[in-house]
Design a protein around this ligand. Structure first.
Ligand code: PLP
Length: 398
């Protein structure tokens, strides 16, 4: 074998989202960007808060090059980790400390590191994910030597189906990933769901006499509408690792900054933290970007304008349901998960494309027959798309 075929497969198979993105750029050149309604990418449309820009300017004017552009310790600058752990404790009543925080290059890195930290590389261990799920989970889990096991959701609400979840746990289960607010459904798992899920996990840990890790993937934690509460999983389950990112909460996806928080109540918490450090090292993450570690320290309570997302959500949800589309009203993130108007989501995506609407068919997210609308776009794009969505629905009624 001349090269690693698995890596070749990952590199050469273009994701449908990237494919749509390329099509969108080409189509915009032909008919003008304002006539293409591109809802494919989860790239935040609202700008980073002013606090972020102010912090960058102030840092550049006042701090040394070493602090801004030098290496930090592998787990991140101690002052930054202290500020983050204090903030977590204030907001969620947790009892974390800086030596259980590990700075990362965003949620993708946080997840890859956590999985690598807990999975036995000899294989045979499983990670449960809840459909619909972020497609990259499969890549990250398999890269850590694990096997993905998909738990199906409750119909219509897309909350966790607790009975199905329980049936998927076996003595091989090593970890469970919970993503709430969810990509691609926008659903926030209720406290009732979280309590039920943790009760099952605690029972199964006892039954099998082993630890099952709960990995909370939380890049959308701050993007919730109408005051909905997102339970903080450390407060519900001891063996929790939190994977946080500022990509969406501060509109900084290109800056690659986030962290892992290990629950102090976890069994062997310090050892698991060292496994996290080792996994980061083995994956070649030398340290998270220094400048943005410092920016985050100064912007822990900054917020993006989520009203703009809420406005898009309401416009799309209210109008699409009136036109006859079926979807769950999302409480968070910036996605609407819509039932395709025919069983084959890919064919529906092609039909929408003829109306210049670009949505993502979701079979790879573990639920067939749905498409994802990423409404992190301008309001003009949403308003422009509404008549096209209406015409598409009418076409199916004929
Ligand atoms: N997890 C989920 C559910 C996501 O939707 C994304 C990005 O869209 C990520 C993780 C990765 O985020 P990041 O940019 O912080 O790596």
């Amino acid at each position: 074998m001349k090269y690693n075929e698995k890596m070749y497969g990952l590199g050469s198979k273009r994701s449908i989202i990237r494919e749509i993105f390329e099509y969108s750029k080409a189509r915009a050149k032909e008919i003008g960007a304002e006539n293409v309604y591109d809802f494919s990418l989860g790239n935040p449309s609202v700008p980073a808060p002013n606090d972020v820009n102010d912090a960058i300017r102030e840092l550049l004017d006042t701090e040394s090059s070493v602090l801004l552009h030098g290496y930090t310790s592998a787990q991140g600058d101690l002052g930054v980790r202290t500020a983050i752990s204090n903030n977590i404790n204030e907001r969620f009543g947790a009892e974390i400390n800086p030596n259980l925080i590990y700075m990362t290059c965003g949620a993708a890195a946080s997840l890859s590191i956590c999985l690598k930290a807990v999975f036995d590389e000899k294989g045979g261990e499983e990670c449960i994910v809840f459909a619909p799920f972020f497609t990259e989970y499969r890549v990250f889990i398999e890269n850590a030597g694990g096997k993905i096991v998909v738990s199906k959701p409750q119909e219509k609400t897309f909350q966790v189906d607790i009975a199905d979840f329980e049936s998927k746990i076996s003595e091989n289960t090593k970890a469970v990933i919970v993503n709430s607010p969810n990509n691609p459904s926008g659903v926030v798992y209720s406290e009732e769901t979280i309590k039920a899920l943790c009760e099952v996990l605690n029972r199964k840990q006892k039954e099998y006499g082993k630890v099952i890790y709960l990995i909370a993937d939380e890049p959308y934690r701050e993007l919730v509408y109408s005051g909905v509460d997102v339970p903080y999983l450390m407060n519900y389950y001891d063996n929790t690792l939190v994977c946080y990112s500022y990509s969406k909460s501060l509109s900084l996806p290109g800056e690659r900054i986030g962290y892992i928080a290990v629950n102090p109540k976890m069994q062997d918490a310090e050892k698991i933290y060292l496994c996290v450090c080792g996994a980061g090292r083995s994956l070649g993450y030398v340290c998270a970007p220094s400048l943005f570690q410092q920016v985050i320290k100064r912007c822990l309570n900054a917020k993006v304008n989520i009203e703009a997302y809420k406005e898009n959500r309401d416009l799309l949800y209210d109008n699409l349901t009136e036109y006859g589309y079926e979807c769950v009203k999302p409480d968070g993130a910036f996605y609407l998960f819509v039932k395709a108007l025919e069983p084959d989501a890919y064919k529906f995506y092609e039909a929408a494309k003829k109306h210049e609407i670009l949505v993502v068919p979701c079979d790879d997210f573990g639920v067939n027959g749905y498409v994802r609308i990423a409404y992190c776009t301008s309001k003009e794009t949403v308003l422009g798309a509404l008549p096209a969505f209406k015409a598409l629905a009418e076409e199916y009624k004929k």
